[in-house]
Write a protein that binds this ligand. Structure first.
Ligand code: PLP
Length: 383
């Protein structure tokens, strides 16, 4: 089956009880039991709900894993995966990890004595050097946020296998339509389905897929114990969003490609970061392991003043956190996604006060370009 067809029919593509074309929202906390000694397929919605299950089966199939699990948010998904580990365990984590994941590791899970080392995962030697006797996992993001550096999926998965580590990837920026890490050897795939999978900036959701059923069972036990489940309404909305993933992604990344080309021609833009640009250092590797550049472009203006002035004049794109919606969203990492990171550390990672991240939506890219052009020109003439 072609992947675009799979997206439409993955998991349970109709209601088994009524034939309904969309899995109904099973808004129930509990399920009547015909025989108290033998619980049915569903007993209590924290442990299992047919609407949530439809989403869980769909994402498992699309990521080519065995088990899919849906959580109340991307962070609930990530935190639940981290609960696989114990005090004294150590994780090797990509430098440019999502800000919320950074906060979870450096505050909440530090309190629990889960240790971590941040490394530049584009450098395999650095990853090898960071592995210690008590290391249990690699936590990867590629493209990483917000500079969109690319690390080697096959190389990292092989290294994890060789050292007996669990390989975990946050695949939010790509979605399974563009990048499927499990066939490369990854054990766990995490999504903030709030972004491209949901796709309409109207739901917060998280997903986990495991390569094998055994690890899936462990994460499911955490899901059921910790209870960070996705409700049936939001599961339905996420599933509905996912149906149009392929057409949205195709159009949005075509728009992003055009906007990245325009940005590169602007003398007032110091730098443009886009995995689809031939001058991106990871472009070749990315093209080998993913089916497209994605729809996120980052770029750098001169300084904080110009950047803030530009953002005040933007009319079309939403100036906001988040990404992956049908509307273009312009984020300011220094004040938004990476606000939790100390300034010095942020600068070391290249996240300067002039850096902006654009998630390209479904508008005509010419209109986004016109709007950015007027905002940049006005900001510069004001400066
Ligand atoms: C947004 C995001 C998250 C967190 O997801 P929430 O749904 O906001 O909890 C994790 N990873 C990445 C890459 C994200 O963009």
């Amino acid at each position: 089956m072609n992947y675009r067809t799979q997206i439409i029919h993955a998991g349970r593509d109709r209601d088994p009880y009524t034939g309904a074309s969309s899995i109904p929202i099973y808004q129930a906390s509990t399920f009547a039991q015909a025989d108290p000694e033998r619980p049915g397929a569903y007993d209590y919605s924290r442990s299992g709900n047919p609407t949530r299950e439809a989403l869980e089966w769909a994402i498992a199939e699309l990521e080519q894993g065995e088990t899919g699990l849906a959580f109340a948010s991307g962070m609930a998904a990530t935190s639940s995966v981290m609960m696989l580990f114990q005090p004294g365990d150590h994780l090797v984590v990509t430098n440019d990890v999502y800000g919320g994941t950074y906060r979870a590791l450096t505050s909440l899970f530090r309190q629990w004595k889960l240790e971590h080392t941040f490394v530049d995962m584009t450098d395999m030697d650095a990853v090898r050097d960071a592995i210690q006797p008590h290391t249990r996992a690699l936590f990867v993001e590629t493209p990483a946020n917000p500079l969109l550096q690319i690390s080697d999926l096959a190389g990292l998965a092989a290294l994890a296998q060789e050292r007996g580590l669990i390989s975990i990837i946050d695949n939010t920026f790509m979605t399974p339509y563009l990048q499927r890490p499990i066939p490369f050897g990854f054990d766990v795939v995490i999504h903030s389905a709030t972004k491209f999978l949901g796709g309409h900036s109207d739901v917060i959701a998280g997903l986990v897929v495991t390569r094998d059923r055994k690890l899936g069972k462990r994460v499911k036990a955490i899901q059921n114990t910790f209870g960070g489940i996705l409700g049936p309404q939001d599961a339905w909305l996420t599933l509905r969003g996912m149906k149009t993933l392929a057409v949205r992604m195709d159009a949005q990344q075509a728009g992003a490609t055009r906007i990245a080309e325009w940005l590169q021609q602007q003398s007032d833009i110091k730098h443009t970061y886009f995995p689809g640009s031939s001058d991106h250092p990871g472009a070749g590797l990315h093209a080998k392991q993913a089916d497209g550049p994605g729809a996120v472009v980052s770029f750098e203006l001169a300084d904080k003043e110009t950047t803030l002035n530009m953002l005040k004049r933007i009319k079309l794109s939403l100036v906001a956190v988040s990404l992956g919606g049908i509307e273009s969203i312009l984020s300011y990492p220094a004040c938004m996604s990476h606000a939790a990171m100390p300034r010095e550390e942020r600068y070391q990672r290249g996240i300067t006060d002039g850096l902006l991240r654009l998630s390209v939506g479904l508008e005509d890219p010419a209109d986004i370009i016109d709007d950015m052009d007027q905002a940049i020109q006005a900001a510069l003439s004001q400066g």
